[in-house]
Design a protein around this ligand. Structure first.
Ligand SMILES: C[S@@+](CC[C@H](N)C(=O)[O-])C[C@H]1O[C@@H](n2cnc3c(N)ncnc32)[C@H](O)[C@@H]1O
Length: 460
């Protein structure tokens, strides 16, 4: 299925993006689709995350087994987890405590048995008690109050965020805290009233939503749901290598990561600070005992509307300053042969139409950052729809979003050379789970790579 690619030879591209650039400069990861990736990726929904195939493509192209791979804006830990799955040391840095936790537990997980023993221990020590003022009204309206909420409160009070097993359980609980019910309700994976899983609606909106829809709070057994979740999480085994998730500022990487130690950075910075990660995660942050306003203040999220984003020159300048500081730190932690991959989405607004934020911001900061641009890969999300249509999933490319991926390297060093000359073959190996460090070429043996177009024809 993966061989459905138009074009041929050097110019073969997913969905026929014609270009005379080298074959690797194309969004090959799209052929892996959204469903590709380790089960840990979907532990807890996180806004603005990219598909695991994206970092995986660059990890295979620009790092070796054992290398350090970093994401300074880690989010749910997509890059760090993919790095560890691929045998690299994945490190994720994020200022949001939820993101740092999600990243850390995925790259340094306990065993399934440890989590099950701990849940049993928590269950044994549980004594049903009235909720009283142990939870605020906006939490009480979401969970059933004789079974679910007392159990949840017991776990919230007992789980120790400095312990590896407890951290994993906290992160998993955050993932199942709220979500939509299944048709039969009992097999729902969440603990709350039926509501979106991706983000938390505001308390006021939720109160009205629950009232007008007459939503029930089923008495879900929180221990049981968590145990079931563990069976799901560990079904694929744990990543090949361990890494770290840190709560820190991307503009101060060198406080935590040695200079010249990182082979590859794959990241996507926040876009013009428009997503309020604290506000949109207030229920999960309650579970972690974190303050929503502190989180948003630390992320410097402004109370402005996305539509105003680029109409305000001052804001764009502020964004460029932020990017300059972060990229300068990135260049410091990079090895001399290191590569830095930065994904930034185009911004669309009514007044200005579509703006290519990635290239505009790069032009604004390039003279102040000790990095050189090797390539820009355009990832048109519409194309995902086209690819999956070809694959017969029936998905259409309705989105109009375009991401631009800047591939940078240290100023004055040679442009990065990809490890795999045949990206399609690489993608096929990633999809089949068979990627290994390629053997060094034997002297005197010249490998003539099978041309993708030939394989496409063979597949038809
Ligand atoms: C677009 S998201 C990254 C998503 C990530 N690529 C993933 O797949 O989950 C941007 C992230 O940057 C984080 N962030 C914002 N400002 C930061 C800063 N100064 N230092 C570190 N992280 C920051 C936000 O908390 C958010 O998680």
């Amino acid at each position: 299925m993966l061989s459905v690619v138009q074009g041929g030879g050097r110019s073969a591209r997913p969905t026929g993006v014609a270009s005379d650039e080298p074959a690797w400069i194309a969004p090959w990861w799209k052929l892996l689709g959204r469903r590709y990736g380790h089960v840990f990726h979907s532990m807890c929904s996180y806004m603005g995350s990219y598909p695991p195939g994206l970092p995986r493509y660059f990890i295979e192209q620009f790092s070796d087994v054992g290398d350090v791979v970093l994401d300074p804006f880690s989010g749910r830990g997509t890059t760090a987890l993919e790095a560890c799955v691929a045998g690299r040391v994945g490190i994720g840095v994020d200022l949001n405590p939820l993101a740092a936790l999600l990243t850390d537990v995925k790259v340094a997980p306990p065993s399934y048995e440890q989590t099950i023993l701990r849940i049993a221990e928590l269950e044994r020590s549980y004594v049903p008690a009235p909720v009283g003022d142990r939870a605020p009204p906006e939490i009480r309206m979401l969970f059933e109050e004789t079974t679910t909420l007392p159990q949840l409160l017991h776990m919230k009070e007992q789980l120790d965020a400095s312990d590896g097993v407890d951290r994993f359980l906290l992160a998993s609980l955050a993932g199942i805290l709220h979500g939509h019910h299944t048709r039969d309700v009992v097999s729902s994976r969440c603990l709350s009233v039926s509501m979106p899983n991706t983000f938390s609606m505001s308390p006021g909106y939720l109160e009205k939503y629950i009232r007008t829809k007459g939503l029930a709070r089923p008495p879900f057994n929180a221990f049981e749901k968590l145990r079931l979740r563990m069976a799901h999480e560990f079904a694929e085994g744990t990543p090949a290598r361990r890494g770290r998730g840190l709560r820190a500022d991307a503009r101060q990487l060198t406080k935590h990561i040695p200079e010249g130690s990182v082979k590859l950075i794959v990241t996507s910075p926040p876009y013009l600070n428009v997503v309020r990660y604290g506000k949109f995660n207030w229920i999960r942050l309650w579970l972690l005992g974190e303050s929503v306003s502190d989180v948003d203040a630390s992320l410097q999220v402004e109370k402005t509307d996305r539509r105003l984003a680029l109409s305000d020159r001052h804001r764009f300048r502020g964004y460029c300053g932020f990017l300059r500081d972060a990229l300068t730190e990135c260049s410091r932690v990079l090895r001399d042969d290191g590569v830095c991959v930065v994904t930034i989405g185009d911004v669309i607004n009514k007044e200005h139409g579509s703006r290519t934020l990635a290239t505009e911001a790069w032009e604004a900061v390039r003279d102040d950052v000790p990095l050189d641009l090797a390539a820009v890969i355009v990832d048109d999300v519409n194309e995902v729809g086209k690819v999956s249509k070809i694959w017969g999933e029936g998905r259409r490319g309705e989105a109009t979003k375009t991401d631009r991926v800047l591939v940078l390297h240290k100023r004055g060093t040679r442009a990065p050379k990809p490890r795999h000359a045949d990206p399609l073959a690489l993608i096929e190996r990633i999809a089949s789970g068979a990627v290994e460090a390629p053997a060094p070429p034997r002297p005197g043996v010249v490998r003539t790579a099978e041309r993708p177009a030939a394989r496409v024809r063979a597949a038809r």
